[in-house]
Design a protein around this ligand. Structure first.
Ligand code: ADP
Length: 416
């Protein structure tokens, strides 16, 4: 089946076309036919497109909204220029899989979209006011452009974490707040952590229950996940993606009293504080320079910038703190750390700095292998003698979205 995978953000649309089926999932022979990113949707958009193994094409076009962006994608897919031989007309797009950010407590697995599901996703808007509306726009645009008959499936960022026990997901707040408003930790990046757990299982030929790892998704957004017996047992993001690790522009864990203090001291409204926490904190806030880890590493190396170094040190220390806490929570039964995301996949220096001191829990990094691994490669980067292994696996959320779409459409029960 040719599956269109859509990831609609507030002002961007990312897509892939993936050829997959139940048999291809079993034999791991799914194939990405095309991919692209449309940025600045809502004004003059920047578009990057790539058919199969061809070179990337960059262009721009005015795209008013998500519907216009998806219309653009569909026209390109069937145009000769895209070179997707398997797709000649829109009827060759067999189903659409959507990344949906927040599924609340309602959705613990991927589901076929119908009116009831749409209203369930709408109910979760108050939990993800920036993301879920964009996902819903993507769903309605596809219905309009491809028709009701083309199945659409929602794959939630939160659902992998639905296995977390109460003791992981409840805050130390008055319990009625959970009952009344569902204030709890949900966790995000679930499809990425699920992919990492799947990749680990596949590489080692294990059963699901044998996967005991700590997955580290380090990109612009960052989160750690304790995967115990193949399931999410704990994760660092919480009620929203603000909690946990230090990220590109978010602080991760902070003392909640800072908000009220700032409100009084600087006269900031809660909306302004929210913007500061989501857009001006983290690596950017500490360094005062950039949220881009590559640039920070350059500043540190070339100009010995003190605050760039500080930002990197705080970032790495927070990751180590979570690794240590998950290691203890899992009673030391952790077989591997797995790095993924833009930083995790591409930065040997950061992986080495995170690993410093982890010899005490059995990690013995192989510096040569670590230094060699970047740019989308998969590798084991720990020494033979290491009792806690370390791996780098490039994440592939789109693949799992396409596979879930096929499984849901075909009514298959297996999740992996
Ligand atoms: P997003 O979370 O937006 O998907 P990515 O997973 O693409 O982001 O990660 C972006 C981050 O990865 C940026 O901080 C970027 O600097 C960092 N990154 C990419 N390549 C490298 C590299 N070679 N060294 C260090 N950091 C890198």
């Amino acid at each position: 089946m040719n599956i269109l995978v859509l990831n609609c953000g507030s002002s961007s649309v990312k897509f892939q076309i993936i050829d997959t089926s139940l048999e291809q999932i079993e034999t791991n022979t799914d194939k990405c036919l095309a991919r692209g990113v449309l940025e600045r949707v809502g004004s003059h958009s920047l578009i990057t497109l790539q058919g199969g193994d061809q070179k990337k094409i960059k262009q721009d076009a005015p795209l008013r909204d998500h519907r216009a962006a998806i219309d653009f994608i569909l026209r390109w897919i069937i145009s000769p220029g895209s070179n997707i031989h398997q797709i000649q007309s829109l009827s060759d797009v067999h189903a659409v899989g959507h990344r949906v950010v927040h599924g609340g407590e309602k959705f613990s697995r991927s589901v076929r979209i119908n009116e009831e599901i749409i209203s369930g996703v709408e109910d979760c808007i108050e939990l993800a006011p920036l993301h879920n509306p964009a996902n819903l726009k993507g769903i309605s645009a596809v219905t309009e452009l491809l028709g009701e008959a083309v199945p659409q499936v929602a794959v939630f960022d939160t659902s992998f974490h639905s296995t977390m026990p109460e003791s992981s997901y409840l805050y130390g707040l008055p319990y009625p707040l959970y009952r009344r408003y569902k204030i709890r930790r949900y966790g995000f990046h679930g499809t990425s952590h699920r992919y990492i757990a799947y990749r680990y299982r596949r590489e080692h030929d294990l059963k699901l229950q044998q996967v005991n790892i700590i997955s580290l998704h380090l990109g612009n957004g960052c989160s750690a996940c304790a995967v115990r017996k193949g399931e999410s047992f704990d994760t660092s993001m919480g009620f929203t993606p603000l909690e946990g690790l230090v990220m590109g522009t978010r602080p991760g864990d902070i003392d909640a009293s800072i908000l009220d203090f700032l409100h009084h001291k600087e006269g900031l409204s809660f909306g302004e504080i929210d913007t500061m926490l989501n857009r001006r904190s983290g690596l950017l806030g500490i360094s005062g320079l950039t949220n881009d880890m590559r640039e920070l590493l350059e500043e540190e190396a070339e100009n010995q910038d003190r605050r760039a170094k500080l930002a990197i040190d705080i970032f790495c220390r927070r990751v180590r703190k979570y690794i240590g806490s998950y290691f203890v929570e899992m009673a030391g039964k952790v077989d591997a750390l797995v790095f993924t995301g833009g930083i995790g996949e591409n930065s040997p220096v950061i992986r080495e700095r995170i690993s410093a001191g982890l010899e005490s829990i059995g990690l013995n990094l192989d510096k040569r292998k670590n230094n060699k691994t970047s740019g989308g490669e998969s590798a084991c980067i720990s020494k033979e003698s290491s009792t806690l292994k370390a791996f780098v696996f490039p994440t592939n959320e789109e693949l799992l979205i396409a596979r879930d779409t096929v499984r849901v459409v075909e009514n298959a029960t297996r999740r992996w």
